[in-house]
Design a binder for this molecule. Sequence first.
Ligand code: G4P
Length: 531
Amino acid sequence: MTDYRSEIEKRRTFAIISHPDAGKTTLTEKFLLYSGTINTAGSVKGKATAKHAVSDWMEIEKERGISVTSSVLQFNYGGKCVNILDTPGHQDFSEDTYRTLMAADSAVMVIDASKGVEAQTRKLFKVCGMRGIPVFTFINKMDRDANDTFDLADEIEKELGIAVCPVNWPIGSGKSFKGVYDRNERAVFLFSDTQKGTKEGHVEKISIDDESALIAAIGQDAYDKLTEELELLDGAGAEFDQERVDRGELSPMFFGSALTNFGVELFLNYFLQMTKAPLARKSDQGQIDPFCGDFSAFVFKIQANMNKAHRDRIAFMRICSGKFDPGMEVYHVQGQKNMRLSQPQQMMADERHMISEAYAGDIIGVFDPGIFSIGDTLCAPGKKFAYEGIPTFAPEHFARVRQMDTMKRKQFVKGIDQIAQEGAIQIFRELTGGMEEVIVGVVGVLQFDVLLYRLRNEYNVEIALERLPYEHIRWIENAADVDVEHLVGTSDMKKITDLKGRPLLLFINSWSVGMVLERNEGLKLSEFARN
Ligand code: G4P
């Protein structure tokens, strides 16, 4: 067996999804603490940056040359090589956030125990559902007064449409949070001495059968409540089923407090056991086995102008099979030529460093002289297959673009097309009285600022954006079968086309989507545009 096989088997590549403030950064940091990557918690960079206001985000991006949006953390733990992909939540939520999920093999969903399922979790979860990747739930902040545990489980099942299977169960919450009961080991894990979460702390394990020791440790009331809840749970909860987890139908659920480290290591251990090494991925030539020996990867994100002086672009790619050696020749399928990838690098939080080798499951960033597009495939010379395209995600904010200086039409078109090609914005066109209007759609509003800033600085073009009230977008899936011209619409509906000329509809109200479907028999609408 070649050495790359064992390297690939060690890989676990996942993204953490959460609503802002649920504790994603804190949990990530604790993973680093337990892996020995950092000695004391409280030092992960990026968090402060993520909280900066929109206005200075650009400055930060410029000064540091790279934004936190590009970070991929890699660390070793328990014999596994773990890649955590960052899915920015806060201000810089954008299509990249979604696309990152295309490069992940599984997702960890962090939920604030006192808030339950929140808006952003819902959105990100949808993308996980679309891909059918395993989703693990970590209910965080149990050191604060939490919602009822059964209610939390119910809410996830109802709101997200995924069954949950609690792997452990919390004992109390807030000031009376004692630890968690591990259903598999049939033991209670009590935590102490984590020095406010900066150190691993002391863990005490007591078997559920050792009644007196348990009562002495957590008190009679907590013991009674625990045994009662466990009885209920055994009768009502879903059984753990690895195959359902693999298909993304069942989410193993864990409880803890990232801040105080309670339950973090337990979670990490189970999670790494229950997730899989990189799996085969679909291409137009069938499934590509990660262990097949030949290198292959696809581009899931392109980040422009990280270095102002060089105006470079970095293409981030997920390696799907084989091993990557810097300097090796690869075939760029969409460009139809062999090439060498320049300056391959890996991102560790905010720092870039050159890599000497990388394997299926890893993410690398390479210098892009403007040849890559999102979704492109790279493979070994002599092979020709393309990985499934990355869908275009539905923008949620729209604006009409007005060009201030009509003399600069050429630069404007070039700029806006290039920025759209990188996938930062989506461009649509509408035809009104012979005048072609440009509408931009974005997933996160910050992208509007990015657009203004980049057109001004890189293309010397001033534009004004007039926000439009549309919030819902649907591609017409079966445009060939329906009479798009004569669709029976609603008063808040607008017909436009995307860059590829595909017709789509914009709506102000979500209920109008249903009305239009009702009024036009046979019409098929989709929230994603398959490329
Ligand atoms: P995010 O990346 O998902 O946005 O969340 P982040 O980890 O930044 O956490 C958001 C806030 O919640 C932080 O407080 C953090 O300390 C707190 N937090 C995270 N996990 C827990 C937990 O298990 N229990 C409790 N009680 N709090 C938790 P902050 O006040 O915004 O920041 P800081 O000043 O404490 O750093």
